[in-house]
Design a protein around this ligand. Structure first.
Ligand code: UDP
Length: 445
């Protein structure tokens, strides 16, 4: 215990909310064990981190973010502030220029026993090696998604198919049927190449040279995928989650946000609510926003919709029409507070991994509508592997493409009132309980 209490762990998340949040939760977990925690970040991301950890002893080091990066607007240091996600590569590649400052700051810290680096900051591997500090990697993905994508990239069962919607079996996991549309480029491409592919390979190499993977998940959720990874691939993965459970119970603020007050009212009336949100960085067309609005309106269920996409003018007049039954929020919300609210019994979600875990921990079933990254795999996992949610599909049956309001209305009703909704609600309660046990003293995580 002495060696643990003397040690310092440095955490370095990538600059996006979906990456920073699990790192902040990991920080709490480590602090709770008596470990000294230092978080590295950049000036524009620092206030969010400092505010979130204000009640803890964690220290935060700001490293200057590179200036005048071609393509990046000045002052933009995180994905949620990018004008478009097509600028992801310039942003992530710019972080490489932080390396000299990073090494200098790391050298100046005493007693560093380990670095937990974001998987997207592969360049930290060379620094860690140079300074003789073990590096663990946190990607913020499930074992299911990490394992299945690795198997597909290596075995290429998706290459000789007629269309992006034709199902194929995943080798070693034959019950899983995927389509090329479950992957983004370059993973879906028969001959992957280009800068994004090179970036992914670089991160893969850096990860394999590291001492381990820290996974925001728990053993009981996906034992087959964790065991497969640890048998076939490197480095070894350790489940330490769900990390959202490391956060302290929320203290009720004196002034609750107006949307939480609205949820209180719905609860007092005996009403139930579906929470609709697509994470911190989804890009949704104004046509699709409008279709979601019509679907929600026609479904006649109560809803709380958090939407910060461009094209909000598509919703003009909508709020007035659904007054009393629906609320549209355009600000940052405390998602866990909403999911934990007793009135919320369904979550229409893009299936970002944090959102999936938060929903499971709140025992709220998911209406899965993935948008990008590995969210399509998470959605498969939610609906087909775990049975804690239902799926929204395009009219063609494809996992990508425009979704008509009729389908949105039907699936919202099914989740909130239907027989299948009942089944997944029962299942998510069981798995939510298992999550709680995994994080208890002596639990698997
Ligand atoms: N989140 C939040 N308030 C918001 C939007 C997002 O608290 O208004 C949190 C959400 O609870 C989750 C994270 O931001 O912890 C988003 O991560 P996720 O993996 O779900 O999706 P991403 O934003 O990375 O696509």
């Amino acid at each position: 215990m002495d060696s643990v209490s003397a040690s310092r762990i440095v955490l370095f998340p990538f600059m996006s909310k979906g990456h920073i949040i699990p790192f902040l939760q990991l920080a709490r977990l480590l602090l709770h064990r008596g470990i000294t925690v230092t978080i590295f970040t950049t000036p524009a991301n620092s206030p969010f981190i400092r505010h979130s950890l204000a009640d803890t002893d964690a220290s935060v080091v700001d490293l200057p973010f590179p200036q005048n990066v071609p393509g990046l607007p000045a002052g933009v240091e995180s994905t949620d502030r990018l004008p478009s996600m097509s600028l992801f590569l310039p942003l992530v590649n710019a972080t490489k220029l932080i390396q000299p400052d990073f090494e200098h700051a790391l050298q100046n810290l005493s007693g560093v026993s380990c670095l937990v680096s974001d998987g997207f900051l592969g360049w930290t591997q060379k620094s860690a090696e140079k300074l003789g500090i073990p590096r663990l990697v946190l990607f913020g993905m499930s074992n299911y998604s990490a394992t299945v994508s690795r198997v597909v990239v290596l075995d290429r069962p998706h290459v000789d198919l007629d269309s992006d919607d034709e199902p194929f079996e995943v080798p070693s996991f034959e019950w899983i049927k995927l389509t090329r549309n479950d992957f983004e480029s370059p993973f879906k491409d028969p001959e992957p190449k280009g800068p994004l592919f090179e970036f992914i390979i670089e991160q893969g190499i850096a990860t394999s040279k590291s001492q381990g993977l820290v996974v925001n998940s728990f053993y009981e959720l996906e034992p087959l995928f964790l065991e497969y990874w640890n048998r076939e691939f490197d480095p070894k993965a350790w489940c330490v989650g769900p990390l959202c459970m490391a956060e302290p119970p929320r203290v009720e603020p004196l002034m609750k946000p107006i949307w939480v007050q609205w949820l209180d009212t719905k609860l007092a009336e005996g009403g139930t609510v579906i929470y609709v949100a697509f994470g911190s960085q989804a890009e949704i067309s104004s046509e699709q926003l409008q279709e979601i609005a019509i679907g929600l309106e026609k479904s006649e269920v109560n809803f709380l919709w958090v939407v910060r996409s461009k094209g909000l003018e598509a919703l003009e007049g909508f709020e007035e029409r659904v007054k009393g039954r629906g609320v549209v929020v355009k600000e940052w919300v405390e998602q866990r507070e909403i999911l934990d609210h007793e009135s919320v019994i369904g979550f229409m979600s893009h299936c970002g991994w944090n959102s999936v875990l938060e929903s499971i921990c709140a025992c709220v079933p998911i209406l899965a509508w993935p948008m990008m990254a590995e969210q399509h795999l998470n959605a498969r996992m939610v609906a087909e592997e775990l049975g804690v949610g239902l799926r929204i599909l395009a009219e063609s049956g494809s996992v990508r493409g425009f979704v008509k309001w009729e389908n949105i209305e039907k699936m919202v009703r099914e989740l909130m009132e239907g027989g299948k909704g009942k089944e997944v609600r029962k299942k998510v309660k069981e798995i939510g309980e298992a999550a709680r046990r995994a994080m208890e003293e002596g639990g698997s995580s």
